[in-house]
Design a protein around this ligand. Structure first.
Ligand SMILES: Cc1cc2nc3c(=O)[nH]c(=O)nc-3n(C[C@H](O)[C@H](O)[C@H](O)COP(=O)(O)OP(=O)(O)OC[C@H]3O[C@@H](n4cnc5c(N)ncnc54)[C@H](O)[C@@H]3O)c2cc1C
Length: 461
């Protein structure tokens, strides 16, 4: 073993050091079953001090490393590249404090999102970040990718839910703090450097999160609609009815809905199929009053011709059944595999034209393909999954270029919530200008001059 590895072992102790044949596949396989090369070393620090010691040693030796949370990221950024050491944050998973007066929770970066949600719930609070990977993803990974999820329309992205953040720079210095203040304009907001930077600028070690009151009611309906203009008008109607308080507005195109029914084994609650299905949710404080207001908003939408049909959940079990259709996206993807998946943002006003041109162009290139579309339409975020060209790398590239060019032409973003990582790196310029990318490179070089942190993710330096 090299001298560097000996010193790293001293820094983290035997429980934090896995080398050679002992390195299991979970450290080089991600949730999409993509494989990286097997790393020769995995480090599992249990404190900020240990992370700092690791980085000091790796920086001095020019040893590249890649941080890992739950490995549920979908752009290949957490997979080790040849010669990289894995830095797993899984042992930094303490719930350090729940401050019920300040409505904050301080946790280690390796804490699993669902644990945070449950611990907040047990104290009468809600941590509203929510995504399908909640049982495996970690808050460090959520922040490094600036995760979105189902409730962005009301609570914002992961970056909006963090008050304090501690990180370790490439040279081992510890920066940031566990601030509990909502208002704090004391110069540059350093938190934001690390949020969404996919492990390239520093290692997030601990964070202080913003908690919200736990909702007493959850009203949910699934509505059938004829066209996208109706979808948009219905969204505005619901936002007006609840003063902007809609907590989810998820739209499934018929193509997705049919596949979701297949994989979940659920019958459609409607007698006739609809071109669009909108799952809409309001969280509130008074179960009876909220249900009444929700049903009355749906009734007036129906009277105004904004929706064609609706089913309203009457119990928690029915809420979960309706959400199950929208949450079945991973199963749909697995069932259609091999597929190409896209996570794009498009201004809502251009969304329907985008989807129509996109499906027509894909059909022209690959007749007989299956393409399904769904998304967080209230946030302008669409997920597109297609079988077109997926089995062939050259054809995949052609479909990627088609989708991302069309996204750029519609003033959209080639990554709404999953990040750039390795997978989307060749297409970054469709959404960011040359000057933007040059500034990102300047920041990277200033914070990590030896390029040891997740080299090659987002862009090549
Ligand atoms: C079923 C399913 C549903 C999903 N739904 C959504 C969704 O709705 N919205 C959404 O945004 N994403 C979604 N995702 C993607 C994924 O869950 C998120 O990207 C998540 O935030 C990743 O967290 P993780 O802990 O698994 O991170 P990882 O995959 O381990 O890592 C992701 C990135 O963060 C870096 N990283 C990890 N921890 C740290 C740290 N402590 N410091 C610095 N860098 C770090 C890694 O190097 C990598 O670049 C979904 C994934 C699945 C499988």
């Amino acid at each position: 073993m090299s001298e560097l590895f000996d010193r790293l072992k001293e820094a983290v102790g035997p429980a934090g050091f896995i080398a050679g044949d002992d390195v299991g596949p979970r450290y080089f396989t991600d949730v999409a079953d993509k494989l990286g090369p097997k790393p020769s070393l995995v480090l599992r620090p249990a404190s900020t001090v240990e992370v700092s010691e690791i980085l000091t040693l790796c920086h001095a030796a020019g040893q590249p490393l890649v941080p890992q949370g739950g490995m549920t990221g979908l752009v290949g950024a957490g997979l080790p590249a040849e010669g990289e050491v894995v830095l797993s944050l899984e042992r930094l998973n303490a719930i350090e404090e729940i401050d019920t007066e300040s409505s904050t929770m301080t946790v280690g970066a390796g804490t699993v999102l669902q644990t945070i949600q449950e611990q907040a719930g047990a104290k009468g609070f809600s941590f509203p970040l929510d995504l399908g990977a909640r049982g495996s993803c970690t808050i460090g990974g959520n922040l490094s990718t600036n995760a979105g999820g189902n409730r962005v329309i009301r609570y914002g992205m992961a970056r909006d839910l963090v008050l304090g953040l501690e990180a370790v720079l490439a040279d081992g210095s510890v920066v940031g703090n566990l601030n509990k203040l909502i208002k704090n304009n004391t110069g540059y907001d350093l938190r934001q450097l690390f949020i969404g930077s996919e492990g390239t600028l520093g290692i997030i070690t601990r964070v202080t999160l913003r908690l919200y009151p736990k909702p007493a009611s959850q009203t949910v309906a699934l509505c059938g609609l004829d066209d996208f203009a109706q979808v948009i008008r219905f969204l505005r109607h619901m936002q007006n009815a609840f003063s902007g308080g809609i907590s989810a507005f998820e739209v499934m195109w018929q193509s997705y809905f049919a596949e979701a029914r297949k994989v979940t084994g659920r019958h459609s609650p409607f007698a006739d199929p609809h071109p669009f299905y909108a799952l809409t949710e309001v969280l509130g404080g008074s179960p009876e009053r909220d249900q009444e207001a929700f049903e009355s908003a749906l009734a007036s939408a129906f009277d105004a011709g904004l929706i064609n049909d609706a089913v309203v959940a009457k119990s928690l079990a029915e809420v979960n059944e309706l959400w199950q259709l929208r949450d079945a996206s991973s199963e749909v993807t697995r069932n259609l595999a091999p597929v190409l998946g896209y996570d794009v943002s498009i201004p809502v006003s251009r969304m329907v034209a985008f989807a129509e041109v996109l499906t027509a162009s894909i059909d022209e290139l690959h007749p007989g393909n299956k393409t399904v579309i769904f998304g967080h339409v209230g946030d302008g975020n669409l997920h597109v999954t297609t079988t077109a060209g997926a089995a062939d790398p050259e054809q995949s590239k052609a479909v990627n270029s088609l989708v991302y060019k069309l996204t750029g032409a519609n003033h959209g973003s080639i990554s709404a919530e999953h990040g750039i990582g390795i997978v989307k790196r060749p297409y970054l310029s469709y959404s960011r200008s040359d000057n933007d990318i040059a500034l990102m490179r300047t920041l990277k070089t200033a914070l990590d001059p030896k390029g040891i942190l997740s080299p090659g993710r987002i862009f090549e330096v």
